[in-house]
Design a binder for this molecule. Structure first.
Ligand code: HEM
Length: 484
């Protein structure tokens, strides 16, 4: 017999499947009202702070942290705001697939790693190859020279902006650096960051669109028609030409991901359009998230001079006045705790970005969740829950050193900004390696303070594909006297 919880959940879910006209009319009316009424769940999903609105709804409903359920149109949703039910959803093979939106299908993303069904040999092959060649520790370590030099170029850009404007808007620099880093790691292409950043970004984004060249974007996005995107994708063409001339690196760890994908054989072999979808996804996933996380971290540094000074003392003790090397990061536990605390308070994917889909009926907590339901985890709600974290609104990196260290890699669902289970973010080690190093470089070279008179920073959030600052951070960066 169904429990009370099951009954209440099914009552919310069943009307969407009923064929009866009366029920359908009631359902349509309810859907419209839900969209229109402030505070309704459907409205919550379209809000720029959906994670906060859903967290409030979950807290308000009895047992709602474990799971709330609602329908939008024909789509049934459940949302977990509790570590236990979050673990059940993220680690269960039943929730191993993702709902594929039409837009993603149009852009071929259903063939990319993030959307392909987890039962397919295609997805398993992509994950295996990416884990073995792109995200394996040795390769992440092998890409250190890219990270270090792109970080150092960013330091020069900060100095140049300070000299020119007396302040620096970090967002533009961080996006350019992050995009450059992904292009270097995944595509084996370097860009000259000394060129004007606007031009650089334009070129890179255009190249990204070029990667989708065999798919007619213009059919779907008329605005980009003028970009004349069709034709042979240049990155693939360059790699094929280099291989034809015997130019591939013998060391598989130095070959870039494009080479790895071109080497796939048999049932793992990718068509050109699949390959473009996979590569394009890496740009989307890899560049944006790291840049957004970096901006939140630097915001916190500007807002908390005491925490910033403590990190700088650690840097001076470990690094002194020489330039920072990638190997230094392991000796910078406080800098690492700053990154961790920012991931807790400002995770780039507060709803873990892309949801999961129930492929069978499943139990989550005390509830029966029917097959076809979209399941989301509100990691933001968990990370801000006073029942889970002491003083959750306090930015306090010390909590990981003096109280309890908590892994961010997916084993502890109190703090899983990269998700968990078989679909956990494959780029997490690369993302952390990059973030740790760049934060260390920026704090080692400069002292950071908000540019606005009064020293304030607007912490308002805006949830697009990731959770951005609604107003870009503008800082003053003063060279530190310890530095040569
Ligand atoms: C701070 C940086 C990042 C954050 C916070 C982040 C977060 C996430 C999250 C929450 C997921 C969904 C996990 C789940 O469903 O359990 C995900 C998936 C994914 N991420 Fe990341 N990510 C970051 C950086 C990166 C980077 C650098 C790359 C690649 C270069 C990457 C590639 C991917 C891919 C391909 C998936 C889909 C995996 C699949 O569905 O099989 N991410 N990421």
């Amino acid at each position: 017999m169904a429990s009370d919880h099951e009954d209440s959940l099914l009552l919310l879910l069943l009307p969407t499947t009923s064929p009866l006209p009366t029920l359908l009319a009631v359902f349509l009316l309810a859907t419209v009202l839900l969209w229109l009424s402030p505070g309704g769940p459907a409205w919550a999903l379209s809000s720029p702070v959906a994670h906060c609105t859903l967290a409030a709804l979950s807290s308000a409903a009895d047992g709602g942290k474990a799971l709330i359920a609602f329908s939008v149109g024909l789509t049934r949703f459940v949302v977990s705001s509790h570590p236990d039910t979050a673990r059940e959803i993220l680690t269960s093979p039943t929730f191993g697939d993702r709902p594929v939106k039409d837009a993603a299908r149009h852009l071929l993303f259903h063939r990319a790693m993030g959307f392909a069904p987890s039962g397919d040999a295609h997805w398993r092959g992509l994950r295996r190859r990416a884990a073995a060649h792109l995200f394996v520790q040795r390769r992440v370590a092998g890409a250190a020279h890219h990270r270090v030099s792109i970080g150092e170029a960013m330091l020069s850009d900060v100095s140049a902006d300070m000299a020119r404007h007396g302040e620096v808007s970090l967002r533009r620099l961080l996006h350019a650096a992050s995009l450059n880093h992904i292009m270097a790691t995944v595509f084996g292409k370097r860009y000259d960051l000394a060129r004007p950043e606007g031009v650089l970004l334009d070129e890179m984004v255009t190249e990204g669109y070029d990667l989708l060249g065999t798919f007619n974007w213009a059919d779907h996005l008329p605005l980009i028609k003028f970009l004349d995107l069709q034709g042979v994708p240049p990155v693939q063409r360059e790699h094929r030409a280099r291989r034809a001339n015997g130019g591939v690196d013998d060391d598989e760890f130095l070959a870039d991901f494009v080479d790895v994908l071109l080497d796939l054989e048999g049932e793992e072999k990718l068509s050109d359009s699949d390959m473009i979808a996979v590569l394009w996804e890496m740009i989307f996933r890899g560049a944006d998230t790291v840049a957004i996380l970096m901006e939140w971290i630097m915001t916190r540094m500007a807002l908390h001079p005491d925490i910033q000074a403590k990190a700088q003392s650690e840097l001076d003790a470990v690094v002194g006045t020489r330039s920072i090397a990638d190997d230094d990061v392991v000796n910078l536990p406080y800098v690492q705790s700053i990154v961790k605390e920012t991931l807790r308070m400002h995770a780039p994917g507060p709803l873990l970005s892309w949801a999961r889909l129930a492929i069978h009926d499943a139990h989550v907590g005390a509830h029966l969740v029917p097959a076809g339901t979209t399941a989301m985890v509100n990691m933001w709600a968990i990370a801000h829950d006073p029942a889970v974290w002491a003083e959750p609104e306090e930015f306090r990196p010390e909590r990981f050193q003096e109280e309890e260290d908590v892994s961010v890699l997916g084993s502890d669902l109190r703090l899983a900004p990269f998700g968990a289970g078989r679909r956990v973010c494959p780029g997490k080690m690369l993302a952390l390696a990059t973030t740790h190093l760049w934060v260390a470089q920026l704090l080692h070279r400069f002292e950071w303070a908000p540019a606005a008179a009064g020293g304030g920073v607007d912490l308002s959030e805006r949830l697009n594909m990731s959770l951005e600052m609604a107003s870009p951070l503008v800082c003053k960066a003063v060279p530190r006297s310890q530095q040569a």
